[in-house]
Design a protein around this ligand. Sequence first.
Ligand code: ACO
Length: 329
Amino acid sequence: MTHLTEGGLSSVVVGVGSRLPKRIVSNADLQKSLDTSDEWIVQRTGIRQRHVAGEDEPTSKLGLGAAQAALADAGLSPDDVDLVIVATSTPDHTFPSVATQIQAGLGMTHGAGFDLQAVCSGFVFAVATADKFLRSGSHRRALVVGAETFSRLVDWTDRSTCVLFGDGAGAIVLEAQSREQAQGRGVLTTHLRSDGRHREKLYVDGGPSTTRTTGVLRMAGREVFRHAVGMATDVAEDAFAATGTNAEDLDWFVPHQANRRIIEASAEKLGVAPSKVVLTVDLHANTSAASIPLALSVAKADGRIKRGDLVMIEAMGGGFTWGAALIRW
Ligand code: ACO
């Protein structure tokens, strides 16, 4: 747990951006090759379409596009950034990291970059990590990217999982500012959790040190659903408690976009009004670590998220991992 009041610096969001693959696959498109229906998918998940990366759109390319868009939004150049953290479970290669590929794509030969893996909670974990680097004074500005190509991990013949996922990338720029400069803005608190006993409920059945293959995603959907709401709301409540705020103070609730029913049940349990919930699962499906920055990007671009707004991000994913962060935008 971190508090804005503990140090003299805060990590302030100064830019946000995203990049989606060109190709859109609707539920009707999936119906052509799979025993499924638009009605089943929409009713169970809220998903209407997903973007699917082409062969020329690896995770690093999507992440680079999102990073460039976030820098443009901030009015900054790669020279102004000294840390790149990429949350991903679908790197181009086992190594080197996607972060170093994005650094190279930006022409950055200074600073440091690394990947972080916490599956669907990856972006929240990456924000928490960047916040600690920035508030320690070791780095000045961080690009925090969530970038994924889950279409490469799913079994396209398994209708119970493949309809749920999509590809994309989103990014924010966090800047270390003095408290005088920040004036209450910044990452206010972060709360991270994990519990490895839940491995079998959501995992990929391959990897370099076991099968020497990438493997495919396996999920016990009902089991994941059963845990998701409780875990997500627990950390959100922790974030409220740590800052002396509550659901009514919130301007925007931007949860991981896995499933509309999980999101609505979480918002209801927390007492967040439906009008404050940012929903993009209909457009993007579940893009794992990319879903929150993609949703932030949409809500910033359409004018919903404004400077000074109180924004809650929260996620739950494989591991299980789960986490929440409260941000004064
Ligand atoms: N189209 C049509 N029918 C389907 C499909 C499909 N795509 N997929 C499964 N079905 C069928 C099943 O075969 C089953 O048929 P049966 O009753 O004849 O055996 C029936 O639908 C019900 O299947 P369930 O799996 O029990 O359906 P459920 O209502 O639980 O919904 C779902 C499945 C949507 C996966 C749900 O469990 C869920 O949302 N779980 C949360 C998991 C999640 O969102 N994971 C994302 C990754 S984790 C994360 O990001 C947090």
